[in-house]
Design a protein around this ligand. Sequence first.
Ligand code: SF4
Length: 327
Amino acid sequence: MRAFGYTVAGSPADAVRIAGSIPNSAFVAGGTDLLNLMRDGAESHDHLVDVNHLDRAGVTADHVTLRIGGSARMRQVADHPVVRRNFPVLSQALLASASPQVRNMATIGGNLLQRTRCGYFRDAGSACNKRVPGSGCPAIAGHNRGNAILGGSDHCIATHPSDLAVALVALDASVDLLGPDGRRTVPIADFHLLPGVTPHQETVLRQGELITHVNVPRTPAAEHSRYLKLRDRASFEFAVVSVAAALRMDGRTVRDVRLAFGGVGTRPWRDPRVEDALRGKPLTEAAVAEAGRVLIRDAVPREGNGFKVELVQRALASILSELGGIR
Ligand code: SF4
């Protein structure tokens, strides 16, 4: 690993000031992804700013919003009684992620910023537009079983690996940011970027900006929500396909539905057209099948990941059947 500087920040403002003034710096908290990438040469920073000791680790809730500190640990959030009761999809997504040891260390902010599991990205000896802009994307014609079928470009088809982000997108969460230019709030659906011609730019974060909090609105649908994760082994594995679903029924009619998908898109994937295919209609097998067809309408499967086209539709049908019952 290349040598780097290290500072322990005493406050969020302190952290932002340091990171904003040192080029090629990064924040570190749990370090469960960043340090592996730096050790393997897939990511390199001249300076790390330790944000473990800032006052942003709490989880609070009122009757409107769940507010999660950026350095709250995954386990802490998954086990929180309000999260378990009122936002089960969040708790389930967190518990389906990583291992107990990692969940004890990894933070909510870091989870949203973790890098893709595309093998070419993590192999410093391979070309990869995301790691080295302009070097190419060997995944498009190579090993792409784990890559995206939605939202890709000629420059990158990597999926975003976070289960939590998929659940937050389904629940219309937002992210509070603090940077050298002040505070701002960004809808989580706009936080991660499509790859386009700049796959190395993954989020809207500016130099020195820190995730201070995640806000999740309380809704009746969120209380009736689930996370379904399909993966190659039962633990410590990333999603091949996942679905976060929140559903509110009025008799047999869908009153409110929110759906987001992991493992299939280049960012946590939400398509309003899929929800429109279900909202206000009876929840039938035919309606769910139509929603699935809408979801994959723009899919671009590759040689190794074409199976996801059918798998994600089956996952959607399964989770809606569990949540709402289908006749
Ligand atoms: Fe790199 Fe993206 Fe291509 Fe993977 S899919 S090799 S991350 S550019």
